[in-house]
Design a protein around this ligand. Structure first.
Ligand code: PXP
Length: 240
């Protein structure tokens, strides 16, 4: 089946709005775990706008499911990842002005450095995923740097309407077919919701989705457990 990583960054966004203790990030992670999430995903940004260093440390101890650490390939964050040893790191582009991760990582233009970064993580038994746009050169470059998986950025699909939406879906389908030839595992994420997930869940050999904003937003109305469960129900219907 397709596995669900719940991105809980926005629980921390709400907490940081008051710089206090609520809502409790660890309680939220454990609730997602109890609801059946397969993984907890967090992004330790260089500007620390939501997840803080201590969150990463405490979650690493508290989680029973896998931790997926999203991160830019900055030396400071790489050093933290090596010390914490999450199950996976997902390398993303990072820009301090952006509201959220706006596009995929340009792996093709930095193959030499990323090969070294990936090798370093492998030597420390950490799997590496590349968050990329659904484009052939980026998939080829991810395979060339020995990534274990690629997470296709589904933001363009999520924002598109009408014919453009069909075109973005076709782009994801073509990318999924190409990934299947590389031996890398196929993940997807960004902008996925309980309403737009089904066509993505039907993509060839999809193994994992990472969903944050929609689950945390739905949780305001139906609770976190319910928000996780409705995504899992969609995945079960399409991902068998
Ligand atoms: N996957 C990656 C690599 C991301 O950077 C993000 C956003 O932090 C997500 C998934 C989740 O995106 P969303 O919050 O839109 O579900």
């Amino acid at each position: 089946m397709i596995e669900l990583g719940v991105n809980i960054d926005h629980v921390a966004t709400l907490r940081e709005a008051r710089k206090g203790d609520a809502p409790d990030l660890i309680a939220a992670a454990k609730m997602c775990e109890l609801a059946g999430a397969h993984q907890i995903t967090i992004h330790l940004r260089q500007d620390r706008r939501h997840i803080q260093d201590r969150d990463v440390e405490v979650l690493r101890q508290a989680l029973l499911v896998r931790m997926n650490l999203e991160m830019g390939a900055a030396d400071e964050i790489i050093a933290i990842a090596h010390r914490i040893k999450p199950y996976t790191v997902c390398l993303v582009p990072e820009n301090r002005q952006e509201v959220t991760t706006e596009g995929g990582l340009d792996v093709a233009s930095q193959q030499e450095r990323l090969t070294e970064v990936v090798q370093g993580f492998h030597e420390n038994d950490i799997r590496v995923s590349m968050f990329i746009d659904p484009d052939t050169p980026q998939i080829e470059a991810s395979a060339a740097v020995n990534a274990d998986s690629v997470e296709l950025h589904t933001g363009a699909y999520a924002n598109a309407k009408g014919d453009a939406l069909l075109a973005e879906l076709r782009r994801l389908e073509d990318a999924a077919d190409f990934i299947a030839q590389t031996g890398m595992a196929f993940h997807a994420g960004h902008g996925l919701t309980v309403r737009n997930l089904a066509p993505v869940a039907a993509l060839r050999d999809l193994r994992e989705v990472n969903i944050g904003h929609d689950i945390i937003a739905r949780a305001i109305f139906i609770g976190l457990e319910g928000a996780v469960c409705e995504i899992l129900a969609t995945l079960q219907a399409y991902g068998l």
